[in-house]
Design a binder for this molecule. Structure first.
Ligand SMILES: C[S@@+](CC[C@H](N)C(=O)[O-])C[C@H]1O[C@@H](n2cnc3c(N)ncnc32)[C@H](O)[C@@H]1O
Length: 181
């Protein structure tokens, strides 16, 4: 239940894309189909998600998905765009800041980051998101405030743009996009 069209709108046509926490690969397939992405690569800590992603792959070498443990950081060099869609709230609060900093530091200068996550500031909608995750994945998730995320990203070397906020049914998300300086 997240506004993927808004994420796609942030991806330039023909870009190379890295999707951190790619799940079953839906955003990567959409980027190939609707943004004519040159190549997409994604990783996830869930081997089941990666098995699902690769079982639908029909784009040969332009589509790559791999399972990586949480402590192994993927190489992001060579990618024009890095996306992080509905992943941050699954990362334990104690490591969220380092997780964000490390992503920015591994990106090429000039590359774009597009981060979409649950909007902590929209209280009622945030509770709906948290209960959704509790029901579906048996996990109590930890959304961060968009303004806090932005400060961390910018200190790590991103030039971020004003967060955009979206309402989808009873769920609330923010999107932060920016360029690695
Ligand atoms: C709500 S799903 C979103 C999947 C995908 N981004 C999408 O939008 O379809 C969250 C995903 O984040 C993955 N995840 C959680 N913590 C992660 C981490 N530290 N590194 C990479 N992936 C992670 C989970 O395994 C899960 O597949």
């Amino acid at each position: 239940m997240c506004p993927l069209t808004q994420v796609l709108a942030e991806i330039p046509l023909g870009a190379t894309l890295y999707d951190i926490g790619c799940g079953a690969g839906v955003p990567m397939h959409l980027a190939l189909r609707f943004r004519q992405a040159r190549m997409v690569r994604g990783s996830d800590i869930s081997s089941n998600a990666i098995a699902a992603a690769t079982s639908f792959a029909r784009h040969g070498e332009r589509f790559q998905a791999m399972c990586l443990p949480a402590e192994e950081q993927p190489a992001l060099s060579g990618f024009d765009v890095v996306v992080l869609i509905d992943v941050l709230h699954h990362v334990p609060p104690a490591v969220q800041q380092d997780f964000l900093r490390s992503i920015v530091r591994r990106m090429d200068r000039g590359a774009r980051l597009v981060l979409l996550d649950i909007d902590r500031d929209a209280f009622a909608r945030r509770c709906c998101n948290q209960h959704h995750d509790l029901l579906l994945s048996r996990e109590w998730v930890h959304p961060m405030r968009a303004d806090d995320v932005r400060v961390i990203l910018d200190h790590a070397g991103l030039q971020s743009e004003e967060p955009q906020r979206f309402k989808t049914l009873w769920y609330g998300h923010y999107l932060i996009a920016g360029t690695r300086l």
